[in-house]
Design a binder for this molecule. Sequence first.
Ligand code: PH2
Ligand code: MG
Ligand code: MG
Length: 188
Amino acid sequence: MPKTKGTSQKDKRDSGLRTVYLALGSNIPPRKYYMLESIKALHKWNPDRFRVSKCYVTRPYMGLDQAAYFNCCVSFQTGVSGIELLHTIKQIEDNLGRKREAVKWGVRSIDIDILFMGSDIIDIPDLTVPHYDVSNRDFFLMPMLDLDKTFVNPRTKMLLSEEIEKIPQNSRTYPKAIRTTKLCELNN
Ligand code: PH2
Ligand code: MG
Ligand code: MG
């Protein structure tokens, strides 16, 4: 869309490049396959400054009786709007056979969540950025710290390294890095 004098604030912000951080999670086998395929699809869609964190095995959040998860984060630079990003993510999840069940926090082949879009704050019915629960989830914060140790949550104004320390024991998932060369090969 050509820029005109009448371009709204929102349009201007949407066309500004910033670093987007996404979280990936899977707890249905083959977990590594789902993680890798979604990373490849995201990279194909937006390769600009694409990075991948370590991959962690984590206990189900809040002690749900489920299989262990694989979790990681990716970041890339983009000018797309939050809604456009959300649509792309849903398409990638659907292509990988994600079944949308009525159960909140049900088991999933792949879940891709938007954690941060630079310092943007978005509060619309379909989308909350930063992610509404990012400060309470070590399986988001730990891989985020791999990507940027100095990142500040634009809503709380706290360093993520401070937020992770504040998580109470009963909501920790104890992320443990797994040895995999495959997930990170797109960094090179
Ligand atoms: N995702 C959930 C619910 N619980 N637990 C872990 N460890 N990792 C997740 O990605 C996760 C979860 C809902 O999306
Ligand atoms: Mg999720
Ligand atoms: Mg999700």
